[in-house]
Ligand binder design. Structure first.
Ligand code: ASP
Length: 599
């Protein structure tokens, strides 16, 4: 070995030992006759001293070294005069006796420090240098520990890790596939898996009973912020279980991860029905770090609530399906300007509301509202009561079509959560959202789509609706785990009967020939003794970023792609040469020369 110790290892108790360290030159300082080098490796930083009086030639050599040179330094460990209590090796230093330059380095394009001067693009291009920075490396170390702990938990529960193929077959359902041309089968293509869904189900038919895999998945979707074309799932499947068993098992996994990686003992996770999540939070992934539930003043299709708004001449409320709002504690003092900002916020096209009504419950109990032209004091007081508002509270109310208004109000709720500092990254609020609809009708496509995927089983009590072709009301045995408003995992109880699976494809608009061609292998397998089974997959990158307290999954991926799906370091994707194209029997029909997209 070229070293006796790492750069994070030496302490006062090592004084007078002769040691060899290897690492990168973080920084050097010359005080005229005395030079100091901070030598860095993965484990830490150690200070090395060169004294002209002890060894003039060595001092001379040291003063010529540049940042990021790779060095081997031998010397004696000594107690430092000026101790640095910020670092673990800060009580000692090495009095250098020899130095070997293992490799020189060009000056890096940005500083390899926590507060680097490098912009995002530059750091992506030189990712191997960015990975030298502590915070980036720490993220990947956390990821490593997450994977280790996941394996430990699942192994302990008898799950078997099985690798499933990466070259599979394209299927029309779900997102767009990445495809790979097959040289040996001209004109034919493999697809990269969007998930190992069908394979894990086949493993259940094979009797594996409990499967998992920490696995790369690929989806060729338009990249929204913080999506990666390739990402990693903790993919799991179990046989002879019901929904409840899966929830318990994987609540256990997440609790295990929190306990072992963050020292947090999570309470049992509440369960919320999809319908309630939409009704009270306007989202199927509610952030429950704070309450601020929706309160309804009018809902035309829901008899639960009395209409407290119609008939007073306020057209917006009169014409609305839904009038609902949130009560924001302690914000009655919001200025006109702040309220205008919120109105602008809800009117942004992504949010889509037409306006915002407010009602202040002043400290003295009086009420001031943007609609007091239309509603008398008693009505407004009644609203405040329905909201359970206290003096000092502010009501923010939206109105319109139900689905849209709920969504907009959900966004406003999150915005208020942000403004009031209620979305603390160090606080974790987990829940299960259950009872998702099985199918959703997409107007533009004119057909039903599986809300989770086509292999999800309807709830037994809703099978009646299925036979009556009342698809919209059917609920699925599907579940999502939500942490801090982020869907970290989702799964379902599966169909394991050929006829029901065939019926599902029929509802989704497949002809029986198409269904057979695409998914015949799975339906055939169901005829050879398929056990009841269910499973789940967690977004591993997302889970890591949540544990690391970061917003972006990119920081937790060693070599991520940018927002245009490019790896700017290796400059991929790229064109391939004519010979390769010929071998693959591919003729390109691109009129414009392909322009390099460099970001
Ligand atoms: N394969 C599903 C997904 O990728 C998860 C599951 O149902 O297990 O979302």
């Amino acid at each position: 070995m070229l070293r006796t110790h790492t750069c994070g290892e030496l302490r006062l108790s090592d004084t007078d030992k002769k040691v060899s360290l290897c690492g990168w030159l973080q920084i050097s300082r010359d005080f005229g006759g005395m030079a100091f080098i901070d030598l860095r490796d993965r484990y830490g930083i150690t200070q090395v001293v060169f004294n002209v009086k002890i060894d003039a030639a060595l001092y001379e050599k040291a003063s010529k070294l540049g940042r990021e040179f790779v060095l081997q330094i031998t010397g004696l460990v000594k107690e430092r005069e000026n101790k640095n209590h910020q670092i673990e090796t800060g009580e000692i230093e090495i009095i250098a006796e020899s130095i070997t330059v293992l490799n020189e380095a060009k000056t890096p394009p940005f500083t390899i420090e926590e507060k680097t001067d490098g912009g995002e693009d530059l750091r992506m291009k030189y990712r191997y240098l960015d990975l030298r920075r502590n915070s980036v490396r720490n993220n990947l170390q956390l990821r490593h520990k997450m994977a280790q702990q996941t394996r430990a938990y699942l192994d302990n529960k008898e799950f078997i890790e099985v690798e499933t193929p990466v070259l599979i077959k394209s299927t029309p359902e779900g997102a767009r596939d990445f495809v790979v041309p097959s040289r040996m089968n001209p004109g034919q293509f493999y697809a990269l898996p969007q998930s190992p869904q069908t394979f894990k189900q086949l493993l259940m038919v094979s009797g594996f009973d409990r499967y998992y895999q920490i696995v790369k998945c690929f989806r060729d979707e338009d990249l929204r912020a913080d999506r990666q074309p390739e990402f990693t799932q903790i993919d799991c499947e179990m046989s002879f279980v019901e929904q409840e068993d899966v929830l318990q098992m994987f609540e256990g996994l997440v609790k295990h991860l929190f306990l072992n990686l963050k020292g947090i003992d999570l309470p049992a996770m509440p369960r919320m029905k999809y319908d309630d999540a939409m009704k009270f939070y306007g989202s199927d992934k509610p952030d429950l770090r704070f309450e601020m539930r929706f309160v309804v003043l009018k809902h035309t299709t829901d008899n639960e609530n009395k209409d407290l708004t119609t008939g007073q001449g306020f057209k917006v409320f009169d014409e609305a399906d839904l009038v609902a709002g949130i009560c924001v504690g302690g914000c009655a003092g919001y200025t006109r300007k702040q309220l205008d900002e919120l109105t602008d916020f809800v009117k942004r096209p992504q949010i889509g509301a037409t306006g915002l009504v407010y009602l202040r419950v002043n400290e003295d109990g009086t009420i001031k509202s943007s609609v007091d032209k239309f509603y008398d004091v008693d009505t407004l007081k009644n609203w405040a009561q329905v909201f359970d508002a206290k003096p000092g509270d502010l009501l923010l109310i939206l109105a319109g079509e139900t689905v849209k208004s709920r969504k907009a109000l959900g966004e406003l709720r999150l915005e208020m959560g942000n403004r009031l500092g209620l979305r603390d990254k160090n606080k974790f609020s987990c829940l299960w959202v259950v009872d998702f609809p099985l199918l959703e009708y997409i107007e533009e496509e004119g057909r039903y789509f599986a809300m989770h995927h086509p292999f999800t089983a309807p709830k037994a009590e809703d099978m009646e609706l299925l036979s009556q072709n009342k698809f919209s009301g059917i609920r699925a045995n599907a579940y999502d785990m939500v942490i801090n408003g982020v869907e970290v995992g989702g799964g379902s109880v599966r169909i394991f009967n050929r006829q029901l699976q065939a019926r599902m494809f029929e509802i989704l608009g497949f002809t029986s020939e198409q269904a057979q061609a695409q998914f015949g292998f799975l339906m055939n397998a169901f005829e050879y003794g398929a056990p009841p089974h269910a499973g789940i997959a967690f977004g591993f990158d997302r889970l890591c970023s949540l544990f690391g307290g970061a917003d972006s999954i990119r920081d937790f991926i060693a070599f991520p792609k940018n927002n245009s799906g490019r790896d700017v370091m290796i400059d991929g994707p790229s064109e391939i040469d004519q010979k390769q194209l010929q071998e693959l029997n591919i003729k390109l029909n691109i009129t414009k020369p392909m322009k390099e997209v460099n970001c």
